[in-house]
Design a protein around this ligand. Structure first.
Ligand code: MSP
Length: 650
């Protein structure tokens, strides 16, 4: 028997900076599934939310002089506003700072500790602070974090560990016994080869921190904070009341039907999360799906990439305000081949809007309703009179099953493609039947009525089937025929539901956008923004005035470089030995990209001699060399004439 409930989740989002259109992808796809399953009559629970703890957020708030909550709250409000504008029909929005979540996470941690699934030890590893992930040497790409490409640092601390290694075989068994668990199928090998059966095998997982304060405290060892993944992943069950007095939602909806996530966090959902659930003795998710990314200029659209390309192109609030939610939803659902990456450009967005929404769907509705009003004033009666009619109507009445099949395969772009095939066929039917010619011949009046009635039925069926995907145009189209957007599955499979004689209103559903004009406008806005940014940067670069006394606090000396070598383990640093009068000093400088050690030796340079000594990559640095810099070009400052080392510079 088919399950009556359907539980679907998005990942919970980090409120750590500006939102971009890439963030909307997972949520809009989940919304289409939630709405589609509601249409099937299922009892749906759709969960989304925010992942609010951790070092990154703690740091960002600090930088802005705010408490973490003061920093997070406006971002969470903005995310909710984006979901409202995009018509996202979530049933619950969880925040990991919610009291009930914090309490349940503490219980989960205690339970795992009591069962011996968590133990205390010491962690040493390579840590990527922005991603809050520890990596092994072999997982690094070019010595950097494999997720974000940034530098990692060695880190060591007392930590609690989850016995993840114990679950390696059980996870492989899960993949083998349940072929639907992890999708698309290619992700199974990726998990096994890269994480479970890699050189180190599946390692126990560090699940607490003593260095991060912004998180859920471990109840039995207060200096520890629950480290990100147990806190974040548990949201999927704490939102249902797991570990609380009322766990009725948990009993009703768990196990989840679909965890939809981006491919970079699939390993947390397909390895760590099922292992945690197994350790708790709870059922594992039914399915985890790792989708691809929205790319911009060849890279994943991310917060840092957004800073480069500009918010006009990537800020969901701005985009929805400019083009409407249907356009953005449709683009996200249609343009990105599901499971693969898809490219986002302003042109591709506009092309989708024009070619599909305006030309195919909008045009069909406005032409049909205008002709009904012009030739009849009311909806004429109709019937399937010939092969041409039959072909069109068969396509429409069998559409729902085709769309359902694609949705069962988790292939949203293909589901939409099926709908647009029927809409395109209907436009072709207008060209083939030529209603404007029929209208000129009084003996063809009945035939003209049949054609327009058949087109109306196609619009009714397609609009209803479109409602889980785009939410506004179909509603408008249905209202033109006096209908609402409530779907009765039987009626979308049946011909002849519209009643003869009803009033039909007309109008433009989706105006065509002038591509050339619009792209020109967008480029102008982007250029303006870029210029503004440049101006602000230049202003920031101008330092405030200082007195001559301030300047004389700096002791500048001519020094001679007598030896120089590269600093081991660093691509950027050079270690120079300097003669400053009678004195010898060591200075470490970030010049390896601009000078070889050989080029450095023999140069007379200017040394900031009274700078506090510091250690760089373990090497003592007793001062700093003056350099000139512009647009990535760097050169050392040297005296214009030969001066003895130790000379004063002022
Ligand atoms: N907080 C974690 C998830 C914890 S789930 C228990 C996280 N947050 S995130 O804000 O960085 O990302 C959330 C989702 O947005 C991920 O599924 C991610 O793949 C998705 N996307 C972010 N940028 C994206 C694109 N450019 N394209 C498609 N999806 C993208 O990870």
């Amino acid at each position: 028997m088919d399950k009556k409930t359907f539980y679907i989740t998005t990942p919970i989002y980090y409120p750590s900076g500006n939102w971009h259109i890439g963030h909307c992808y997972t949520t809009v796809v989940c919304d289409a599934f939630a709405r589609f399953n509601r249409m099937l009559g299922k009892d749906v629970f759709f969960l989304t939310g925010t992942d609010e703890h951790g070092q990154k957020i703690e740091k960002k708030a600090q930088e802005k002089g705010l408490t973490p909550m003061e920093f997070i709250n406006p971002l969470v409000d903005e995310l909710k506003e984006i979901w409202r504008l995009l018509d996202v029909s979530y049933d619950k929005f969880i925040r990991t700072t919610d009291d009930y979540h914090v309490k349940s996470v503490q219980k989960i941690f205690e339970k795992l500790y009591e069962k011996g699934e968590i133990y205390k030890s010491e962690y040493e590893g390579l840590y990527c602070a922005p991603c809050e992930s520890f990596w092994t040497e072999t997982q690094l790409v070019d010595g950097k974090c494999p997720d974000c490409g940034r530098e990692v640092q060695k880190a060591k601390e007392e930590s609690y560990f989850f016995r993840l290694s114990k679950y390696a075989d059980k996870i492989i068994e899960l993949y083998e016994n349940n072929k639907e668990f992890l999708q698309p199928k290619s992700r199974v090998n990726e998990m096994i080869n890269n994480f479970i059966k890699n050189d180190t095998g599946l390692q126990d997982l560090c699940v607490s921190r003593t260095t991060i304060k912004w998180g859920v405290p471990v109840t039995f060892d207060k200096k520890h904070t629950v480290y990100v993944w147990i806190d974040a992943l548990s949201n999927y069950i704490t939102a249902l009341g797991y570990g609380s007095e009322d766990d009725s939602l948990y009993k009703k909806y768990w196990p989840v039907d679909l965890h939809l996530t981006g491919k970079e966090i699939i390993r947390f959902h397909a390895i760590i999360w099922p292992a945690i659930l197994m350790a708790l003795g709870e059922p594992v998710p039914t399915q985890v799906y790792g989708h691809g990314w929205l790319l911009i200029g060849g890279d994943k659209l991310s917060k840092s990439k957004q800073d480069k390309v500009g918010a006009e192109l990537t800020d969901p609030l701005k985009l929805v305000q400019r083009y409407g939610s249907d356009a953005i939803r449709y683009f996200l659902l249609r343009e990105i081949p599901f499971g693969n990456d898809g490219v986002y450009t302003n042109e591709s967005l506009l092309t989708r809007i024009n070619s599909d929404l305006a030309n195919i769907y909008g045009n069909l509705v406005s032409r049909t309703t205008a002709m009904i009003n012009k030739y009849f004033g009311k909806l004429p009666s109709g019937k399937i009179a010939n092969e041409l009619d039959k072909e069109l109507i068969d396509m429409a009445t069998s559409l729902f099953d085709k769309v359902q099949e694609k949705m069962d395969q988790i292939n949203v772009p293909e589901a939409l493609n099926e709908i647009f095939k029927v809409l395109s066929r209907a436009n072709k039917y207008i060209d083939e039947t030529e209603p404007w010619k029929l209208a000129k011949d009084e003996t063809q009046k009945a035939r003209l009525g049949e054609v327009l009635y058949n087109l109306s039925e196609v619009i009714r069926i397609c609009s209803l089937i479109l409602t889980p995907f785009i939410t506004q145009m179909p509603k408008k189209a249905l209202e033109m025929f006096g209908l609402d957007d409530k779907v009765n599955i039987q009626e979308v499979k049946t011909y002849g539901i519209l009643k003869e004689g009803i009033t039909v209103s007309t109008g433009v559903l989706f105006p065509r956008i002038d591509m050339t004009e619009e792209i020109k406008k967008m480029n102008e806005i982007a250029a303006q923004k870029q210029a503004q940014k440049q101006e602000t940067k230049q202003k920031e670069d101008v330092k405030e005035e200082i007195s001559i006394d301030d300047f004389f606090k700096t002791e500048l000396k001519v020094a001679e470089i007598i030896a120089c070598e590269k600093v081991a383990k660093s691509k950027k640093l050079l270690k120079s030995t300097l003669k400053v009068g009678e004195e010898t000093r060591q200075v470490v400088s970030g010049l390896a990209e601009y000078y070889t050690p050989e080029q450095m030796v023999g140069k007379k340079v200017i040394l900031v001699a009274n700078l506090k000594p510091a250690k760089l990559c373990g090497e003592l640095s007793q001062g700093m060399l003056l350099c000139a810099e512009k647009d990535g070009k760097v050169c050392l400052i040297t005296p214009e004439q030969d001066m003895p080392s130790g000379s004063t510079v002022r």
